[in-house]
Design a protein around this ligand. Structure first.
Ligand SMILES: [Cu+2]
Length: 512
């Protein structure tokens, strides 16, 4: 624990700042405003064994900039959404409501729930005006996850409108650790996104669309620009989520103030990692604890990505006196054994711009690309086939399970990726080996989490099964069926329809 890591670990050559289409962030010239802390979603009902929620996808208007409000979408809110808390010990029941003008899906990113229906990928549309009920029990550790839209090929556009919110899993182990855990006081959700505002303060996704990942010029933190937070506790836990379409966040504080990363995507880390810099690629989460005790009331500590201030911590009297600690041991993780006879699954992430593919194919909704028995532990080698020069970092994500990062080009993983993860970023020309085991029968998507890459076809799906049992039948949707529905909902002919992934298929002369 004595070492303080001082670098971003990743290959500088692959950073998004090298992209031809890179848009630097500009700090908006508006008065600082308090960081928006989403309300906690109230359960409809809770018993000793069960908890019930209603999650509603809705449209609304949000005051983001001075002047006109911005038209946005959210879950039980006008932008992003209320924070959802699932205790892993209980049976969870959720009513999904779609009050948007078009179909959407509700994807539980990071949750071990079965696909394709409950998981909420592209095969599980909820149509406008429809209510759908799902229920599940979780068997995984406390962690910071998220809910987002995932319809093909319009994931990027719907998330850009605001459909992304935090989902916390809680368990007894984590509660007993005495980490900062007072929501909104010393335990904060931090959703990192970027948007460009056009005339009348509106978003224009199509105008800003980039097949290599859409960037905005303004940082939006929980839907707030130029945000500050008043610090009233000496130690503050920040739960970062990279909810951006494409942007990588390279986070650091004034004067390289060190902080401790305590958790990654799907669990606590075995031990806290002390660092001054943290890079998050799309969909990744990191929980960190920052110790402000050396500061006095009136001081300010800025959080940056690269050279841009994105959030200011204003130090107040430490009136929140709840003692918290970061223990040196956080979670015991046992690496399951792999039978040497089990073949290694190889997955390639290929191309850039419209040419993106996975294992040299574009995604097809009614094609199952791989199969794996439930309970089998298998190595997957995730290969980024982009060139070392001019290539980009692709964040690989798989639904329905958590994995462990085993190696990067045969070398040790980064010190802050030793917990359970569902998203791992792969440098250009790198092979990342992960250890994968599914515990649920189902059909699960895996893909690059740059949103325009997944819509553009850098995606595939895997079926899990119990050997010897009859195979489940899945009624798979097709892209055509979804696009027909989108066109109808928008009141246009299908040949007038434009959705983010379509150009990538058309330019490559590939059928959707
Ligand atoms: Cu990608």
């Amino acid at each position: 624990m004595s070492k303080i890591y001082q670098d971003y670990f990743y290959d500088v050559n692959g950073f998004d700042t090298n992209d031809g289409g890179y848009k630097p962030l500009v700090r908006p010239k508006v008065d600082p405003r308090p960081l928006r802390i989403p309300e906690l979603l109230k359960p409809d009902q809770e018993t000793a064994t069960d908890i019930y929620y209603t999650v509603c996808a809705q449209s609304g208007e949000t005051a983001i900039l001075p002047g006109e409000k911005t038209k946005t979408w959210g879950y039980n809110d006008t932008i992003n959404g209320k924070t959802i808390v699932f205790p892993v010990e209980k049976r969870i029941h959720v009513t999904l409501q779609n009050r948007l003008p078009e179909l959407t899906t509700f994807h539980w990113h990071g949750l071990h729930v079965t696909g394709p229906e409950i998981d909420g990928g592209c095969h599980a549309p909820v149509y406008p005006g429809e209510d759908k009920k799902i229920e599940f029990t979780l068997n995984q550790p406390a962690s910071t996850n998220w809910l987002h839209a995932h319809p093909c090929p319009a994931t990027a556009e719907q998330i850009y409108h605001g459909l992304a919110t935090m989902v916390y899993l809680t368990d007894q182990h984590q509660t007993q650790l005495n980490l900062p855990q007072t929501y909104g006081v010393d335990d904060l959700p931090i959703i990192l996104q970027d948007r460009t505002f056009h005339e009348h303060n509106q978003l224009d996704y199509r105008a800003d669309y980039d097949p290599d990942g859409t960037l905005g010029n303004t940082a939006l933190i929980n839907g707030t620009v130029n945000a500050y937070f008043d610090v009233t506790a000496p130690k503050v836990r920040l739960r970062f989520l990279n909810g951006a379409n494409r942007r990588e966040w390279r986070l650091h504080f004034d004067n390289d103030l060190p902080f401790k990363q305590i958790a990654g995507d799907n669990s606590l880390l075995p031990h806290p990692i002390e660092m001054t810099k943290l890079m998050l690629t799309c969909a990744e989460r990191a929980e960190v604890v920052v110790d402000f005790s050396q500061f006095k009331p009136g001081d300010e500590v800025n959080l940056y990505t690269d050279q841009t201030v994105i959030l200011t911590f204003r130090i107040k009297d430490f009136t929140d006196t709840q003692e918290t600690t970061v223990a040196p041991e956080l979670l015991t993780i046992e690496k399951p054994k792999v039978d040497p006879a089990t073949p290694v699954r190889k997955i390639t992430m290929d191309g850039m711009d419209e040419a993106v593919m996975m294992n040299h194919k574009k995604f097809k909704m009614d094609r199952i690309d791989a199969k794996q028995p439930v309970g089998l532990t298998q190595y997957w080698d995730i290969v980024n086939t982009n060139g070392r020069r001019g290539g980009m970092i692709h964040p690989f994500h798989c639904h329905g399970m958590s994995f462990l990062v085993i190696s990067r080009n045969g070398k040790d993983p980064y010190p802050n990726e030793l917990g359970y993860k569902d998203t791992v970023a792969v440098n250009p020309s790198e092979t990342v080996r992960i250890l994968v085991r599914f515990d649920l029968v189902g059909l699960f998507m895996y893909h690059c989490h740059i949103l325009e890459h997944e819509d553009g076809g850098m995606m595939a799906q895997i079926e899990t099964f119990i050997p010897g049992q009859p195979r489940k039948h899945y009624d798979l949707m097709t892209m055509d069926k979804l696009m027909k529905a989108f066109a109808e909902e928008r009141g246009i002919a299908q040949d007038q329809l434009w959705l983010p992934g379509m150009d990538s298929y058309h330019k490559m002369h590939m059928e959707m």
